[in-house]
Write a protein that binds this ligand. Structure first.
Ligand code: ADP
Length: 247
């Protein structure tokens, strides 16, 4: 077989917590611009995989290569700068700032700038804010305080705060949890648009949403990959059926 050009190559990834292997010899290969969804029962190790990729948790063993760089040797902020964006389940937006300001403070700037309030309102930043606001369906809410947004809009704003940093890989932990059906539909649209320029790795439980967005699904169980392929493929896999019926 030919070796393809993967943006992310995870091999033999293992982490032990007091001897318990939460992730156990896991391999994962992400192609450029794909949407990969990780599913699996609670405790399967899904969140820990994302924590390992973004450097929040240190691997006991294994390799994580991203755009040719070895992430397991890098600090969390270096991994962010290399192009990995991570969104956690609860939005970490600034409630008392407007949508515009939330995006503006997230715009990447040099480390020499003195404090987050030393904004450079130059055209480049303005253009980026407007472009992202359009993408996340908030172009008409730029002056709205973030705490007045709906739950779904807050989630989109946080995705926007990551997008404005132009990551190559975007990792999202249950992005549609608590969203209305309409918001879920729009989030699926949003992710499709995002993959023109980004690769997306999502943890998700909502199978309807998984079917809407996933190019490929990785099923995790007990820290390992149980099955992988299209949603239809993994749903028909007897190993997957057994794990889900057993719950
Ligand atoms: P999932 O996201 O699939 O629900 P997690 O990755 O959160 O699973 O957790 C996998 C397992 O690892 C669980 O049994 C959890 O209790 C354990 N675990 C996760 N993080 C830690 C930690 N920092 N210390 C000890 N155990 C942990």
């Amino acid at each position: 077989s030919t070796s393809r050009d993967f943006i992310l190559t995870v091999e033999g990834l293992t982490v032990s917590f007091d001897g318990f292997k939460a992730v156990n010899d896991l391999s994962l290969y992400l192609e450029h611009n794909e949407i990969r969804v990780i599913i699996g029962p609670n405790g399967a190790g899904k969140t820990t995989v994302l924590d390992l990729i973004c450097g929040k948790t240190r691997a006991t063993d294994g390799a994580i290569r991203f755009k040719g760089q070895e992430l397991t040797r890098m600090k969390e902020h270096q991994i962010v700068r290399s192009g990995v964006g991570r969104k956690f389940q609860n939005p970490s937006i600034y409630d008392d700032l407007t949508v515009f300001e939330n995006l503006e403070v997230s715009y990447p700037r040099g480390r020499s700038v003195m404090g987050a309030l030393a904004f450079r309102r130059d055209q480049q930043v303005l253009d980026a804010v407007h472009e992202v606001a359009e993408t996340i369906f908030l172009a008409d809410q730029l002056d709205c305080r973030a705490d007045l947004l709906s739950h779904g809009q807050k989630q989109w704003l946080e995705i926007g705060m990551l997008l404005i940093q132009k990551p190559d890989l975007l990792m999202l932990d249950e992005p549609v949890a608590g969203m209305s059906v309409a918001e879920r539909k729009k989030t699926a649209e949003l992710l499709k648009v995002i993959t023109r320029d980004h690769t997306v790795l999502v943890i998700e439980h909502d199978m309807q949403f998984v079917g809407d967005i996933a190019d490929r699904v990785t099923v995790m169980h007990q820290g390992q990959v149980l099955s992988e392929g299209s949603l239809a493929h993994v749903k028909a896999d007897p190993k997957v059926v057994e794990v889900y019926l057993g719950h």
